[in-house]
Design a protein around this ligand. Sequence first.
Ligand code: SD4
Length: 344
Amino acid sequence: MLLSRRHFILRAGVAAAGAGSLSSGFSAQTGGASKTGDKPLLASTWPFGKPANEKALEVLSGGGSLLDAVEQGIRVVESDVANQSVGLSGIPDAAGIVQLDSCIMSGPGHRAGSVASIEGIPHPISAARRVMEQTPHVMLVGDGARQFAIEQGLESVPVESAQKHAAWWAERARERSKAVKPNPPKDIRENHDTIALLALDRDGNLAGGCSTSGWGGKIPGRVGDSPIIGSGLYVDNEIGAAGATGLGENVMRYCGSFLVVEYMRQGLHPEEACVETIRRIARLDPKGFDLSINFVAIDKQGRFGAAGTGQGFQFSITTPARSEVLQSPGLTKADVGPVGGNRK
Ligand code: SD4
């Protein structure tokens, strides 16, 4: 079922790229059958995005703003102490410290804020929003970001206690990955997961946010795609929004989320745009489809879609009429012919 749907999607993608419109038979499961969808619409990465979506919908239904919805939704995942890849319960770096990355974007005004390698701040998404709203800057990193968050009155914990808190996870990270390896483990879901949450309100305005603890056992100071505008997240209020999860190094070299939005601008359905982005990256990348990357996207009409490499990934969709976890199509070399064009 998935296979034939995937093949259909790839064919439809090629056709739609030229025609700028979709076949009426496009995947109903991923929301493509209709040209417009329910609003508000929340889409996010992984099953843990579902409670985040639901919180965001609750905020919007209660009259909150799009940015409130994104921030509050992501805070649900950042607060989940069982989550090993978002918030202070995330797997620490090779030095045993949890460094967090996050960003937020508002479609209206095309505004963005971001924090990277921030320590001891339980809600980096709130810090990213403050950067966007309270400073002339887009991105703050490291201790500067932490001090800014504290000055803004955001919740903080001493880094020593964040360290203690992280010690147990550090031990596990060491066992699992023996710190940073030149080649990441095959199943990156073991130690990579980001919440990227995209939101569309009833008026067709868009926003999004992203939050992660990044690559477990990373070199201290390593920053992934998640706080990089255009890589882990991109929002264009004329077109749509996209977010990424997976191995950031394979997203940030291609401005992955920006590319997804640009494919939607060319007329592709969100799912096709995610598929075409992965195909394009795989064509250029020496690793071909062995990339461990995933994208989720929504457009201004309320359509949504996702795609990933390998087995694909699970993403969450919430509207007033439905809230569910869906499986994205997965792309492998077998699906799309020659890849890794720069491979020497
Ligand atoms: C990173 N993209 O730091 C993030 C982590 C992640 O699924 O998404 N994992 O590379």
